[in-house]
Design a protein around this ligand. Structure first.
Ligand SMILES: Nc1ncnc2c1ncn2[C@@H]1O[C@H](COP(=O)(O)OP(=O)(O)OP(=O)(O)O)[C@@H](O)[C@H]1O
Ligand SMILES: [Mg+2]
Length: 359
C-alpha cells in the first residue's frame, strides 16, 4: 500500500502540565477533505497549527507525500513558509490596506509570478468564489461572507499542497453559514482540493467532510465517513455529540436488557452480558403516538412502552415529543400530530434501531 498523502502519527503536544494532544493518528488521501470535529478545547486548532507548521509537536510525526515535516525524534521540522500549505481562519484576515485583487495576488507576487499570470490567476480564483466583480473594492467595503470568500480565493490561488481551514464560518450569521458551507463543499469536491477543515458544528462537518475525525479531550474517538459516525457511533461520546440521541442505561442479564421501570427486551447485538449497557436510540427511530386507545399493541419486532408526554416542540413537518416512560426515564421522539403535555402516549421503536454503545 502506498503512503497516505498526509500522515499524522501518534502526535503529542503539551502546554506546561496540560497534555492537549494525547497521541493523534489520522491520515488523508489526495483530494480528500478531513474534518476535525469536536467540542471547544479538545485540541482541534492545536492540531491544525502543528500541521501548518505554526507550532512544533512534542512527539510523533507529520508527513506529507512521504516528506517529514515535523518529526521531533529525528530533529525534523520544516517551517511554515516552506510547506506550501494555505490557511483560512475564523477571523476575517484580509489585509485592509490592499484591494481585493491585491490581497489575492499577494501570494503570487511572493512567488515571483509575472504580472499577466498574476492577473489571470487572481481573476480565476475570484470567479471561483463569485467575487470577480469585487476585485477593486477594499476589504472594509465587503460583508463578512464576501470577505471569507476572498480569503478562500487568496488561499486557493497559490494552488497549495494542502488547504487548512479553522472554523471559517463561525463568525458569520446562521443563514450565511448555511449557503457558504455548501459553496465550500462544492468547491472542495469539484477542484479535488486536499483539505483539513476544523469545526465544532456537525452540519458543517457533514456537508464538507469526506471523513470526520471526532475529537474529545486531545484524542480521536472515531474517524470515518459521516454516515458511519452517525449510524455506528463507537462510543457514548460519539453517540451524544453527533445526532439527536436517547442514551438509556440498562441492566443486562440472561441475554435481556432490563430497562428502567421494569421493561424487558432482548439485548441488541454487540452487548456484553452481565453489566450495565448503554443503549442508543436515535430520535428519529422513536415514534410517539397518543395513548388513549387502551394498552399498547406491540408486534413486528416493535417495542411499545406506555408513557406521558412531558413536552412537545413543533418542527414544521412534525413534532418532537419528550415522553416520560413509566416515571423511570425519558425518550425523545417524533410525533405526527400535536400531543398535550400530561397526556398518555405510546412510545414505539424497533429493536433493530437500538445500538449498544461501548463505554
Ligand atoms: N498557547 C497555549 N498555551 C497554553 N494552553 C493552550 C495554548 N493553546 C491552546 N491551549 C489549550 O489547549 C487546549 C486545546 O486548545 P485548542 O485551541 O486546540 O482547542 P479547540 O478544539 O480549537 O477549541 P475551540 O473550538 O474553542 O477553538 C485548551 O485547553 C487550550 O486552553
Ligand atoms: Mg479552535
Amino acid at each position: 500500500m502506498s503512503a497516505p498523502y498526509l500522515e499524522i502519527h501518534d502526535l503529542r503536544k503539551r502546554f506546561g502540565e496540560d497534555e492537549v494532544l494525547k497521541g493523534i493518528s489520522v491520515s488523508l488521501e489526495r483530494g480528500e477533505c478531513l474534518v476535525l470535529l469536536g467540542p471547544s478545547g479538545c485540541g482541534k486548532t492545536t492540531l491544525l497549527n502543528i500541521v501548518s507548521g505554526g507550532l512544533e509537536a512534542d512527539a510523533g510525526a507529520v508527513r506529507c507525500t512521504g516528506e517529514a515535516l515535523d518529526v521531533p525524534a529525528e530533529g525534523r521540522f520544516v517551517p511554515m513558509r516552506r510547506r506550501g500549505f494555505a490557511m483560512v481562519f475564523q477571523e476575517f484576515s484580509l489585509w485592509p490596506h490592499m484591494s481585493v485583487a491585491e490581497n489575492v495576488a499577494f501570494g503570487l507576487r511572493l512567488r515571483g509570478l509575472g504580472r499577466h499570470e498574476r492577473e489571470d490567476r487572481t481573476m480565476q480564483a475570484l470567479a471561483r468564489v463569485r467575487m470577480e466583480t469585487f476585485a477593486n473594492r477594499w476589504p472594509g467595503e465587503l460583508s463578512g461572507g464576501q470577505q471569507q470568500r476572498v480569503a478562500i480565493a487568496r488561499a486557493l490561488v497559490v494552488r497549495p499542497r494542502l488547504l487548512l481551514l479553522d472554523e471559517p464560518l463561525s463568525a458569520l450569521d446562521a443563514r450565511l453559514r448555511e449557503t457558504l458551507k455548501d459553496e465550500i463543499a462544492t468547491l472542495l469536491r469539484e477542484e479535488r482540493i486536499t483539505a483539513v477543515y476544523v469545526t465544532h458544528d456537525q452540519a458543517e462537518a457533514f456537508a464538507v467532510g469526506d471523513r470526520i475525525a471526532l475529537m474529545n479531550g486531545g484524542r480521536v474517538e472515531q474517524c470515518g465517513p459521516p454516515e458511519e459516525l452517525y449510524r455506528h457511533p463507537a462510543t457514548r461520546f460519539a453517540a451524544s455529540f453527533i445526532g439527536s440521541s436517547n442514551i438509556v442505561p440498562v441492566r443486562t442479564d440472561g441475554g435481556r436488557a432490563r430497562w428502567p421501570g421494569g421493561h424487558d427486551t432482548p439485548l441488541p447485538s454487540g452487548a456484553t452480558a452481565g453489566a450495565v449497557a448503554h443503549l442508543l436510540l436515535r430520535r428519529e427511530a422513536v415514534r410517539v403516538e397518543p395513548g388513549n386507545g387502551g394498552p399498547p399493541q406491540a408486534g413486528n419486532g416493535c417495542v411499545v412502552l406506555p408513557g406521558i408526554c412531558r413536552r412537545e416542540r413543533f418542527l414544521g413537518d412534525r413534532y418532537e415529543i419528550l415522553a416520560e416512560v413509566g416515571e423511570a426515564f425519558t425518550l425523545r421522539g417524533f410525533g405526527a400530530g400535536r400531543i398535550a403535555a400530561g397526556a398518555p402516549v405510546h412510545v414505539r421503536f424497533s429493536m433493530e434501531d437500538v445500538r449498544c454503545l461501548a463505554e
